[in-house]
Ligand binder design. Structure first.
Ligand code: ATP
Ligand code: MG
Length: 415
């Protein structure tokens, strides 16, 4: 992608209303634009990142044999009235048509997935079944803040599983937990799986995946030496400074965290509401146990920016960076520099490497390098009158640049 052609450029000043690093940097570096509180447009750079996160999530869900579908956002009110959500869920957005019909905007998809699965599940042989989709959710949040971390419109991966027995649910949950941990690891995040109460959905236990960050909204107690982490609201037993109840190697510390995903045991609430039943081996009618598994894709993108930034801008983990290489031609009044950089751009692209090429001729070196740092691609490659046959290469996360050949640069990109 040539920088001069790219839709939307970086801003000289940060947005005045930004309360968090992700809001400030994502807007200033040209990844998103705020339409109103909690609602954003994703620009080419931002959409590339969002799609990369979605694809990692997709690959890991496919690994546990969940199948991807795409369910609607606009739902008939009847489905939500059937489960009681229409009156009980305060964040549900309700829409009226011009003929006075009522609809709900998806805040989650139990109401569409359960009737869908019912068409397919007729006996225990059809179980377990896991279905997921990645789609926008709408919630009438009272306070939408922290940039893209709490939206009124946000991208979520929601998976739903159906099981004949509690044991089978537990087995699938354990697999899903591993898949979740793989997702976060590939995104460069350390997520702690915390046990929490089930909230509005169910009396059953749920698990939340928390990433420690000051921009998060959940106060937690955690152990540095192991994975132990718990929501402050849910513990009556432990307090700050207590010995870790799991590894006994450290004292519990307190921090703010952001919930990047969670898992609920829904029990039979939705299978009962939609009369989704099968017969057990003795011929008795039973309702499958359901689980739901969310990952806040757009929130996770915000959390990644919170964790990976410095005074100059974003420092994207390579797995989800919008481009691998940010190539800059300096001294563009020299025709040979332009020719050399054009050729490098072509070779890198041919080698399958994603390159953002700042080939502008009306912008100075300082601005080009500053914008490259702000956007935060993992590798910056510079060609100038001083670089000769070599390329000056600097990792975004390191201070020192190295001179290398095109071949070495290609190898560096493939690591
Ligand atoms: P929270 O406690 O943060 O409101 P939740 O318990 O309401 O989250 P779920 O309904 O389980 O969340 O949604 C699944 C995932 O979607 C959450 O783990 C979170 O990552 C993400 N999510 C929830 N609400 C929002 C929001 N308003 N904006 C962005 N992401 C969200
Ligand atoms: Mg919520």
């Amino acid at each position: 992608m040539k920088y001069s052609k790219m839709f939307v450029k970086t801003l000289k000043t940060a947005p005045s209303a930004a309360d968090t690093a992700n809001h400030r940097l994502l807007v200033q570096a040209g990844f998103v634009r705020q339409v109103m509180a909690g609602v954003y447009s994703y620009l080419p750079l931002g959409l590339r990142v969002l799609n990369k996160i979605s694809n990692i999530v997709r690959e890991e869900m496919d690994t546990i044999e969940a199948q991807e579908v795409l369910m609607p956002i606009l739902h008939p009110s009847a489905l939500w009235k059937q489960t009681g959500g229409w009156d009980k869920i305060d964040v549900l957005f309700k829409v009226k048509s011009r003929t006075d019909r009522e609809y709900a905007l998806a805040q989650s998809n139990e109401e569409t997935v359960t009737p869908l699965a019912k068409e397919w599940i007729h006996s225990a042989k059809d179980l377990p079944l896991a279905i997921y989709h990645i789609n926008w959710k709408f919630r009438d949040e009272l306070r939408s803040k922290s940039g893209i971390m709490r939206g009124r419109e946000f991208l979520m991966k929601d998976m739903y599983s159906f099981h004949a027995t509690q044991e089978d649910f537990d087995k699938f949950y354990a697999k899903a937990k591993v898949a979740y941990m793989n997702v976060y690891k590939r995104l460069g995040l350390v997520a702690k799986a915390t046990e929490a109460s089930g909230g509005a959905f169910t009396e059953k236990v749920s698990y939340e995946f928390e990433v420690l960050t000051d921009a998060g909204e959940a106060p937690v107690l955690y152990c540095d030496k192991c994975d132990y982490c718990v929501n402050v609201d849910d513990i009556k037993t432990y307090k700050l400074g207590d010995e870790c109840p799991i590894c006994h190697k450290d004292n519990l510390k307190s921090a703010m965290a952001s919930e990047v995903g969670n898992v609920f045991d829904l029990g039979t609430k939705y299978s009962k509401a939609f009369e989704l039943s099968i017969n057990d081996s003795e011929g008795n009618k039973i309702f499958p146990i359901m689980g739901c598994y969310g990952i806040g894709i757009s929130r996770t993108m915000g959390v990644i920016v919170e964790k990976f930034n410095d005074e100059r801008g974003i420092v994207w983990p390579a797995s989800i960076a919008p481009f691998t290489v940010h190539l800059c031609s300096l001294n563009t009044n020299d025709e040979t520099v332009i020719k050399k950089t054009d050729a490098i751009y072509e070779s890198l692209t041919k080698a399958g490497i994603e390159v953002l090429y700042d080939e502008r001729t009306d912008v100075g070196a300082g601005q080009k390098l500053g914008e490259a740092d702000m956007i935060g691609c993992p590798i910056r490659a510079v060609v100038s009158t001083k670089t000769g046959d070599q390329i000056e290469v600097k990792m975004r996360s390191e201070k020192e640049a190295k001179m290398m050949s095109l071949e070495e640069l290609i190898n560096t990109c493939k690591v």
